[in-house]
Design a protein around this ligand. Sequence first.
Ligand SMILES: Cc1ncc(COP(=O)(O)O)c(C=O)c1O
Length: 391
Amino acid sequence: MPQIVKFTSRMDAIQAPIIAVIGDLIRQTPGTISLGQGVVHYGPPPAALKAAAGALDQSSTHDYQAASGQPALLAAIEQKLRRDNGIDVARGSRIMVTAGGNMAFVHAILATTGPDDEVILPVPFYFNHEMAIQMAGCRVVPVATDSRYQLDVDAIRAATGPRTRAVVTISPNNPTGAVFPEQALRDVNTLCRDRGLYHISDEAYEYFTYGSAPHVSPGSFPGAAGHTISLYSLSKTYGMAGWRVGYMAYPEQLAAAMAKVQDTVLICPTIISQVTAAAAMEAGPAYCRQHVATLAEVRDVVLAKLRSLEPLCSVPPADGAFYCCLRVNVEADPMRVAERLIREHKVAVIPATAFGLTSGCYFRVAYGALEKATVAEGIGRLVMGLKAILR
Ligand SMILES: Cc1ncc(COP(=O)(O)O)c(C=O)c1O
C-alpha cells in the first residue's frame, strides 16, 4: 500500500470553486441550460486568429520573453488605456500583462499585503477575489452594499483599520451587473488616497454597459496613479477566455514587487497569446460593442421575465456585465434550490453564497454565453422552476 501523505494546508479553509461544483451537477443532468458560467458566446476577431497562425513558426514564440509583456502588446495597451480609460501611464503607472485578470489580482494582492493584513470587499464579491486574499494569508473584510447592490462608502470607511491595505471595487459588477456611478468610485478612491490604501479596480467588463450607464476608470482621477491598481481582461471583450490574457496598470512603486511575483508564477505571459491579443486590440472595442448590442436585447428579455417573479423574487437594476443577482424574498436554502433547479427543471444558476451573500437566498444569473432563444428558454425554465420550488 502506498503511504499517503496528509497535512492540513492553507487551502483547507478556502471555498471550492463553485463553477466546478455546479458543472458537475449539470453533467449529471443532460439537457440542462446553464445560466451559470460567466463567459461570452463569441470567439476572438478573425484577424487575431490569423495573427496566431502566423506566429506558430516564429522562433520568438517558443522562447522566454520580456516579463511584463511583448512591446507590441504593451504599446497597444498603453494607447487603449489613454483612449478608453483616461489612464496616462506617463503619470506614474506601469503595465504588466498576466495570464488573465485573475492572475493580475493575485499579483496585486501579493505585491501589496503581508500576512494577516486586511482587504475590503464590498458584498457580493467575486469569489476568486476572496479566495486569492485568503490564499495570501490575509483576511477579507466584507462590507454590505445597499438594496441595489451599490457601494456604501460610509460603511467602507468605517471598515478600514490599521491592517487595511486595499479596497476592491468591480464595476460593471460580477455577480450583480451593477454599474457604480462616478461619484461613488471617486469617493472610494479619495478614501484610499487619504488613508494610504490601494484601490484595486477590476474592470473586466469595462465595455459591457447598457443604456446610458457610463463606465468610469478610477485610475483616471487626478492623483490616482500612486494608489490605484486597474485590472483588465481580454477574456470577455474579445472572446478570448481560453487564451488567458489580462493586464494591469499599477503604481510605479510596486514595480519590484510585481516583478518578483511575475518571475515566480509566470516568468512571461504566453507569447502566442500576446500576439493574438495585440491583433485583437487592433480590432478594438468596436468588435465587442457589436456583441454588446445583441446582449442588450438578451438582457431585456432576461430582466422582463425575471421581474414577472415579483414579489416572490426581486431583481435590482443590472446595467452592466451580463449578470443579474436575483433575490428570493422567502426563506430557502440556495444550494438546495440550485440543485433542484438543475435536477427537476434543467436550468443552472449559481447560488450567491459563493459571492459572500451568506444570509438570505440569492442567485447569480449569467446570460452572456448563449444565443437569445436559448437564454429565453433557460429563463422560462428558471421562472417556472422557482415558482414550483418556492411555492
Ligand atoms: C470581475 C472579474 N474579474 C476577473 C475575471 C477573470 O478574468 P480572466 O479570464 O481575465 O482571468 C472575471 C471572470 O469571470 C471576473 O468576473
